[in-house]
Design a protein around this ligand. Structure first.
Ligand code: PMP
Length: 360
């Protein structure tokens, strides 16, 4: 080992889902939206003025902050924007989780949380979800350095009712509670109204799922003006020009089109409910999901086997082989056509398996 190596920061990084380059694949592995962004976004890209790129973007991201504030009925001082919610969450970890006490998040959850905590040397504890993959509210009502959880949770899709979220926020007045609502637009009830009553609550959302813009990288946080000021102080101490000019403009257009956003979410919810019925019929079990994915386990065929078989058929889903999730597949809700193709494959594969086991 070279001498310099002993002093460097060593981390075990987060593993993002695969982005295969195949042409005819069915990609259900990273919870992207199967529909294009709002039509206004394409217009922005078409009319893009390359000359403007000589200039730095607006460090305050004013247009987009105003658009988001308008959409949700907030003031500009209550909104913070970043490069995807990953960026917003990383900033929030840096800003708000600064105690000697451990922060709390579930044992099964978004696998970036422990990576940020390790990177930033934030102590943490991971209370276990119950047997049905539900968060136990009481686990979060003890001394801690901060709380974060996604709602709905990922990769389980399980939604915590708003009254339970409120119990956690109310029970933790001495720390900041972050609710990561990456998937809230697919039928969940947002904690956003609670920010008016609880100044320790930060609600984080993204354009990557319900607004079909994972490739543009836009995320945002909403909370009390004081919290947002602290977040901005850290942002300006780290990287003041986060969003590029095109992202600011395209994001602003996307927010303006409420009708398109609502219709897209409705379509995904409809397809998700159909997907659940079909999966049940094929012998899968799962907790009810309120996200744009279903986290399912088959009664007889191991998830690892199904994952490989699907992959060979160019159908990509996500598999987390370690721990309690080792027998589940996380299946993103695609178009009706894609989900039908998935079901056709599974039906065929599972009936072949059944025939084989009948022969034994
Ligand atoms: N939170 C959760 C729970 C997620 O699943 C994801 C998606 N990987 C993110 C945050 C980050 O999404 P993005 O950075 O694309 O906004």
């Amino acid at each position: 080992m070279p001498a310099w190596e002993k002093n460097i920061r060593k981390v075990v990084p987060y593993t993002p889902g695969e982005q295969p380059k195949e042409r005819d694949m069915i990609k259900l592995n990273t919870n992207e939206n199967p529909y294009p962004p709002a039509p206004g976004v394409e217009r922005v890209l078409r009319e893009c003025n390359a000359d403007a790129l000589r200039l730095y973007p607006d460090p305050k991201i004013t247009d987009l902050v105003q658009a988001i504030a308008g959409f949700y009925g907030l003031s500009e001082e209550q909104v913070f924007v970043g490069v995807g919610s990953d960026d917003v969450l990383a900033m929030a970890f840096m800003t708000f989780f600064n105690s000697d006490r451990p922060i709390l998040f579930p044992d099964i959850t978004y696998s970036f949380y422990d990576v940020w905590a390790d990177l930033l040397k934030i102590p943490y504890e991971r209370p276990a979800l119950d047997d049905r993959f539900h968060i136990r509210t009481e686990d979060y009502l003890r001394p801690n350095g901060g709380v974060i959880f996604p709602n709905p949770n990922a990769p389980t899709g399980v939604l915590m009712p708003l009254c339970e979220v409120e119990k956690i926020v109310e029970g933790n007045p001495e720390v900041v509670v972050i609710v990561d609502e990456a998937y809230i637009d697919f039928g969940g009830e947002s904690a956003l109204p609670l920010i008016e009553r609880y100044d320790n609550l930060l609600v984080v959302q993204t354009f990557s799922k319900s607004r079909s813009m994972a490739g543009m990288r836009i995320g945002f946080a909403m909370g009390n003006a004081r919290l947002i000021r602290y977040l901005n102080d850290v942002k300006y101490s780290f990287n003041s020009y986060t969003l590029n000019r095109v992202a600011i403009e395209a994001g602003t257009e996307a927010v303006k089109d409420r009708a398109y956003f609502e219709e897209t979410c409705r379509r995904i919810i409809r397809t998700r409910e159909w997907t659940k019925e079909e999966l049940r019929r094929l012998g899968f079990t799962f907790e009810d999901s309120m996200a744009n994915f279903v986290f399912a386990s088959h009664k007889t065929v191991p998830a690892a086997e199904l994952f490989e078989a699907l992959r060979k058929a160019h159908i990509y889903v996500r598999y987390f082989p370690k721990g309690r999730t080792h027998n589940h597949l996380r299946i993103t809700v695609g178009t009706d056509h894609e989900m039908q193709a998935l079901m056709d494959f599974l039906k065929e594969y599972l009936s072949e398996k059944q025939k084989e086991s009948g022969k034994d």
